[in-house]
Ligand binder design. Structure first.
Ligand SMILES: [Zn+2]
Length: 288
């Protein structure tokens, strides 16, 4: 599942390819992806993309001279965004890509495509159909923004407030950190990595976390997300034709997916359990 660093990586790819470009065509291959919006083509063709913003894992496309029109894009579990430029070069990211994902676009998992006046085509692929590309007005977009807490690497993040709120929760610390209203941007992979770095076991109740541990969590979250974005996340791949190259945070993962292998700090075997319904990885020695 794409997490924040993967979505941010896609956003950074989209910006130069889409900003100031005019949409010349939209093809909907599956109506669910556009929330059964039969008017999407009439509404968006002819509009020029102003910017692409992101809050948590949600991408928000805004349009020049149309302040009440937005396009919200969420990759959910299996979404991918791919681009072909006028030279037919393909790039993109999101859910882990394989060679078949990028051949013969559009293909059976392509749900909607957007053509721009520059010759670039954007394909939204989504095998499981949980993702979406849907229109929203300014009020709806604001309401959605308001449901996200601050991201740990953003300037408006206050570690003291975060620590206070976190230490009032009675759920396991992992569940609290997955709650996007408390802190936006941490998904399953990165929560496990953050908790390993600070030595807190994912099953410990949030109200049993010390203040200094909570502050360390905020710091680690910021550092780990920043580092993951810098290398393009864990699932990002860049394709030119079909030759793929993985730019990758996977090499840096210390506990996620490492069950059964020795802890890089102490040598004890990493264990896997379930917390908040999610596969959870930790070192029984380093994390208490
Ligand atoms: Zn250890």
């Amino acid at each position: 599942m794409p997490e924040l660093p993967e979505v941010e990586t896609v956003r950074r790819q989209m910006l130069p390819l889409m900003t100031d470009s005019t949409i010349t065509g939209i093809e909907v291959f599956h109506a669910k992806t556009v929330a059964y919006d039969s008017g999407i083509e009439d509404a968006l063709v002819g509009l020029t993309i102003q910017s692409i913003d992101r809050i948590g894992k949600l991408l928000i496309v805004s349009f020049l001279d149309h302040p009440d029109q937005f396009l919200l894009i969420h990759l959910k579990m299996t979404g991918q965004i791919l681009f072909t430029d006028k030279n037919k070069r393909i790039s993109g990211g999101g859910h882990t890509l394989t060679a078949t994902d990028v051949s013969d676009l559009p293909h059976k998992h392509t749900r909607v495509s957007f053509t721009l006046h520059t010759g670039v085509t954007i394909y939204f692929n989504d095998m499981r159909l949980f993702g979406y590309c849907k229109r929203a007005n300014a009020r709806e977009t604001e309401c959605i923004r308001a449901t996200f807490g601050p991201e740990p690497h953003s300037p408006d993040f206050d570690p003291i407030t975060f620590a206070k709120k976190l230490r009032r929760r009675k759920t396991p610390i992992k569940a609290a950190l997955l709650d996007q209203t408390l802190i936006a941007g941490l998904g399953n992979i990165y929560v496990d990595e953050v908790l390993f770095r600070v030595g807190v076991r994912p099953t410990r109740r949030a109200d049993r976390v010390l203040k200094r541990e909570a502050l360390a969590i905020a710091q680690a979250a910021s550092e780990i997300l920043t580092a993951a974005i810098a290398v393009g996340g864990t699932t990002f791949q860049h394709f030119t034709d079909t030759g793929g190259q993985a730019g990758n945070y996977t090499d840096y993962l210390k506990v996620f997916g490492q069950q059964g292998t020795p802890c890089p700090e102490c040598g004890r075997i990493i264990e896997k359990t379930r917390v908040a319904g999610r596969g959870t990885h930790y070192c029984p020695d380093c994390q208490r």
